[in-house]
Design a protein around this ligand. Sequence first.
Ligand code: C2E
Ligand code: MG
Ligand code: MG
Ligand code: MG
Length: 280
Amino acid sequence: QSKSDGRGTSRVFEAQMDARARARLTLERELRDALTNGQFEVFYQPLVDLGSNDIVGLEALARWRHPERGLVSPAVFIPIAEETGLIVPLGEWVLRQACRDAARWPGHVRVAVNVSPHQLRQRTFATMVVSALAENAVDPRRLELEITESVLLEETDANLKTLHALRASGVRIAMDDFGTGYSSISYLRSFPFDKIKIDRSFVREIGEKPEAAAIIRAIIGLGQSLNMTTLVEGIETEGQRKAVLAEGADEMQGYLFSHPCPARDIDALFDGAHPRTEAA
Ligand code: C2E
Ligand code: MG
Ligand code: MG
Ligand code: MG
């Protein structure tokens, strides 16, 4: 009795595994074709100065417009792209698109682009970045590259050399999702970041746990003493905006000000076609 139950369960389990593995393979194949089929888009989310409410930058966020599934979240396709190595051509495409878009926008507005560990490992990465900027006549000081701890997990000389070379050319380097990894603080010693982006998981708990505000305050203080710009991610409410402003953060990013949106919406914003009604 128990034996046949067990076998039945494992058959169902295997069937599910099979279905999941097949679905995953399909997604992988579709993702590989998506780049050549022009199914990727870049959305932009404003980085906002907390004091003035001015847009000081725009973060480029990849979107996959799947013919049947609709917009697929990067939470789904970025991990697959990382595993398959597709993140290298995809990341380059995003960067080049971001440079083309930034060329139309005011010179004081930066563009922020996420960089995966795979990309940084490419020996040609720094030259590729510099040429993408030059081809679009975008000042390197307008580009901010966002890297996460996983990049520095391989704290190889080559990776650090690439980051230093980029920084020497004027590109700014930001540490993304600060506080979520195992040793965020120790990585601040290995590289002179220009900015830290404090992960939104801390902000969520503001007003619920007094520790949350205390931790944000400490990270901002740390950033300030290291001469880094501090940005707080995931600001969704006016209360959260006020709280991080009071703690002395420089910038914010979040749904309160704007969701990520297509480049043409940003064009309209700067053309003055639309009043900036979304500003808090
Ligand atoms: P990230 O770099 O930390 O980007 C911020 C993410 O937070 C975005 O998710 C954004 O839509 C979301 N977000 C912004 N404000 C709020 C808010 O107020 N509340 C909440 N709940 N979320 C907010 P998105 O666009 O889904 O991207 C997810 C992640 O995928 C990014 O996190 C980044 O790690 C990765 N990603 C996206 N595009 C690229 C890319 O071109 N290259 C690489 N390597 N990674 C990318
Ligand atoms: Mg980012
Ligand atoms: Mg982030
Ligand atoms: Mg994040």
